[in-house]
Design a protein around this ligand. Structure first.
Ligand code: NAD
Ligand code: ZN
Length: 365
């Protein structure tokens, strides 16, 4: 059985002579689609999965900005994929060669204390967010998936790959770290700061709880237009208008019941804390690369709850059920489609969303 260092160390130790193409991190602002050794099984709980579709996350942009310093030069990026199992280790029981699987952005050993509590993101035995972070990821032709029995989900019949791909990270992130941590309840006024794919996932899944109003806030008018389509009742461009004024108007001067931060900047975190009413919930989703100021001098007496977290993807079975039964529509995230070897163009398209109108860009072989 693997332990954390065994999983993380020497991940390419077994790499044979076969090669593949992958997107390799070269340090801040550097990346290359290049030939690398094809991954091989390293532990008996691993699977090698052929990537059928993958995408780019806001977190990949954070890595490329240098906000995630633990990412080593030479690592293959990407933590979202749907794929076909090519080989499995001797201890793998559920997943079989030829199976099509949803590869979660979070890996789970399933036996450590945190995994047993459903906090897979905090896995103590080498799981958690490792793909495209601590070990080679999914923006490649093949990926090694550790603990594959407990870190993948079988592809259900009748749901397109593009929709399933949205359940590997962004939708569970918006749902778990935004909506559930924020305790969205019927009748709430919910402010979502940042209308990227993750913020829009929070908007969409907040609707499941029948809030009174969802207010999406972003600097990009195109994203705000999308937010309306995804279920926001009101939108505010905080570059040109004051979101606090809008929230106060809506709530009779109280403030939002829930403020969700889905950007990862000091200013947007601070904004979320100013929009909240006494006894409200501030749910931080953004990955932060720099310290933020917590204005306790204003917040200490307001009985607010502040949460921050890494997604566990523990709601994926539930979300799969909602998507399969058409109670949750995730068909509208993908705006751009590329061949895998056009991945640099795909990154440019995703990173320049205000010009390109991109939400999720997907790559297929
Ligand atoms: P994204 O970059 O596509 O979207 C961010 C949005 O924020 C954009 O629409 C941008 O216009 C907007 N924005 C930027 N500056 C702003 C400002 N000052 N005021 C208002 N809006 C502003 O990213 P995404 O893929 O939607 O991800 C959002 C965040 O969630 C990122 O920080 C990402 O790393 C993080 N994330 C966290 C987890 C987790 O487990 N906690 C998981 C996945 C992603
Ligand atoms: Zn674990």
């Amino acid at each position: 059985m693997s332990n954390s260092t065994a999983v993380l160390d020497g991940q390419r130790a077994n790499a044979g002579k076969e090669t593949m193409h992958a997107l390799v991190y070269g340090g801040p602002n550097k990346k290359e689609w290049t030939e690398v050794p094809k991954p091989q099984l390293l532990h008996d709980t691993d699977a090698i999965v052929r990537v059928d579709i993958t995408t780019i996350c806001g977190s990949d942009l954070h890595i490329l900005k240098g906000d995630v310093p633990e990412v080593n030069v030479g690592l293959i990026l990407g933590h979202e994929a749907i794929g076909t199992v090519e080989s499995v280790g001797a201890a793998v029981k559920q997943v079989k060669v030829g199976d099509r699987v949803v590869v979660s952005c979070i890996t789970s050993c399933s036996i450590c204390r945190y995994c047993r509590e459903g906090h897979f993101g905090q896995c103590l035995k080498g799981g958690g967010w490792i793909l495209g972070h601590l070990i080679d990821g999914t923006q490649a032709e093949f990926v090694r998936v550790p603990f594959c029995d407990t870190s993948t989900y079988p592809v259900p019949k009748g749901v397109p790959d593009e929709e399933l791909l949205m359940l590997t990270d962004i939708v569970p992130t918006g749902y778990e770290i935004g909506v559930l941590n924020g305790c969205v309840a019927p009748g709430d006024v919910v402010a979502v700061v940042g209308a990227g794919p993750v913020g829009l996932s929070a908007v969409k899944t907040a609707r499941l709880f029948n809030p009174r109003a969802i207010v999406a806030i972003d600097l990009d008018d195109n994203r705000l237009k999308q937010a309306k389509k995804f279920g926001a009742d009101f939108t505010v461009n905080n570059g040109t208008s004051d979101p606090l004024e809008q929230i106060m108007k809506l709530t009779g001067g109280l403030g939002a019941d829930v403020a969700i931060e889905a950007v990862g900047l000091e200013t947007t975190f601070e904004l979320a804390t100013t929009l909240i009413r006494p006894c409200g919930h501030i749910a931080n989703i953004g990955v932060h690369g720099a310290p933020v100021t917590l204005h306790l001098e204003k917040l200490w007496g307001k009985d607010v709850t502040i949460t921050a977290g890494l997604v566990d993807t523990r709601t994926v079975p539930n979300l799969l059920g909602l998507v399969e039964s058409k109670k949750l529509d995730v068909s509208d995230f993908v705006t751009h489609r590329f061949h895998m070897n056009q991945i640099i163009e795909a990154y440019d398209t995703f990173a320049n969303a205000s010009k390109t109108g991109a939400l999720k860009v997907v790559m297929t072989p």
